[in-house]
Ligand binder design. Structure first.
Ligand code: AHG
Ligand code: MN
Ligand code: MN
Length: 334
């Protein structure tokens, strides 16, 4: 018989067999993420032809320029999940307040937090983009969820993943049993298992950061970056610099080849740029599940206390050795 990789749905059904109590609701939720990915990928492929590039003229709750594609991607997530019956709350980078599904609406026990389009400064020049999602479970039956129920530590995630719109479209996720990657086969419109149990190398030789911000960084961060450029064959230096402006794409490269991504805090903006709940937490769990590390500089990302929906956090993420090395500099131990 002809060998054929498992489809996303087949893989999920097989993995679910290991959980006798599973209702299948969660599997269907991941399939819906896949659907959102297909919708967005389809728009991105034709973006230059159908007048959906450029900005809307608005700024979002983060004070950042909103691209037309940010809104399109956000609407795709909301539309698909509002009618899926699998979630009771949705929170997004592009929405100041979460959407709560009314009591008389088909609802499920999951809450989805997402960055609908990651790296959106890349939209207008055909560079990689992504989407990031984090899934939490809402167990209470005595009342509907509120915003406070969405603000939890990363350790409470039940699933996390990303969609990558690169030269191919991929869905990568974890439920805490390793990291699996699926590539969209456009001919049949299915995600096929292409990357089984992804393992990040313990040490890499690539760094990804917006080095244009160097003068705004702390002395520790500057010294760490300087250290990567030293010419020392024995320790594999200098590292190569690679930065796409899309966290998903940069972390995906590191997952497969090793190294470190950093978006540090700045002297005048110690909280950094990236958002904890729907960027740092899901990416951190994936990288940890692949054997790597994710740190805010002084603590593990997944243990950072979440206080606000759109909270920002410094991020150092990638190969275990590289992140530990960065921490020694940030903490003034090197
Ligand atoms: P988003 O497009 O969702 O706002 O995220 C952009 C993030 C991340 O993907 C990327 O690594 C970083 O911000 C780029 O920021 P700079 O342009 O400051 O380098
Ligand atoms: Mn983002
Ligand atoms: Mn975004």
């Amino acid at each position: 018989m002809r060998e054929f990789p498992l489809t996303l749905s087949q893989f999920i059904i097989q993995s679910q067999a290991a959980y006798p109590g599973a209702t299948g609701e969660f599997s269907s939720l991941l399939t819906q993420i896949g659907l959102v990915g297909k919708l967005i990928a389809q728009d991105l492929r034709r973006a230059g032809l159908i007048n959906i590039l450029g900005a809307t003229g608005d700024t979002n709750v983060q004070g950042e320029t909103v691209k037309k594609l940010d809104m399109i991607a956000n609407d795709d997530f909301v539309r698909v999940f509002q009618s899926s019956g699998y979630v009771c709350a949705l929170a997004s980078e592009e929405m100041e307040k979460p959407v709560f599904l009314p009591g008389n609406w088909p609802r499920g026990k999951y809450m989805l937090l997402f960055d609908p389009l990651d790296g959106s400064s890349n939209t207008d020049n055909n560079m990689p983009l992504g989407a990031i999602f984090s899934v939490l479970k809402y167990d209470r039956t005595d009342r509907l969820p509120t915003e406070a129920d969405l603000i939890r530590r990363g350790t409470e995630q039940v699933a996390a993943g990303y969609l990558l719109y690169g030269s191919s479209t991929m869905l990568v996720y974890t439920v805490g049993q390793g990291v699996y990657g699926f590539t969209l086969e456009p001919g049949i419109g299915e995600y096929l298992l292409s990357h089984e149990r992804i393992k990040i190398p313990d040490k890499g030789k690539v760094y990804a950061t917006n080095e244009g911000n160097y003068s705004k960084w702390s002395e520790g961060t500057k010294k760490y970056l300087d250290s990567l450029k030293v010419n020392d064959k024995a320790t594999g230096r200098p590292y190569s610099g690679r930065y796409s402006g899309c966290l998903v794409a940069d972390v995906h490269r590191l997952l497969l080849g090793g190294g470190i991504y950093l978006y540090p805090g700045e002297v005048d903006k110690p909280e950094g740029k990236l958002r904890l709940l729907y960027e740092a937490n899901p990416m951190a769990w994936i990288v940890e599940q692949a054997g790597g590390k994710a740190s805010a500089g002084t603590s593990r990302i997944l243990e950072v206390e979440a206080k606000k929906l759109h909270q920002r956090v410094p991020l150092f993420i990638g190969s275990r050795h590289d992140v530990e090395q960065a921490e020694t500099y940030i903490q003034g131990r090197a």
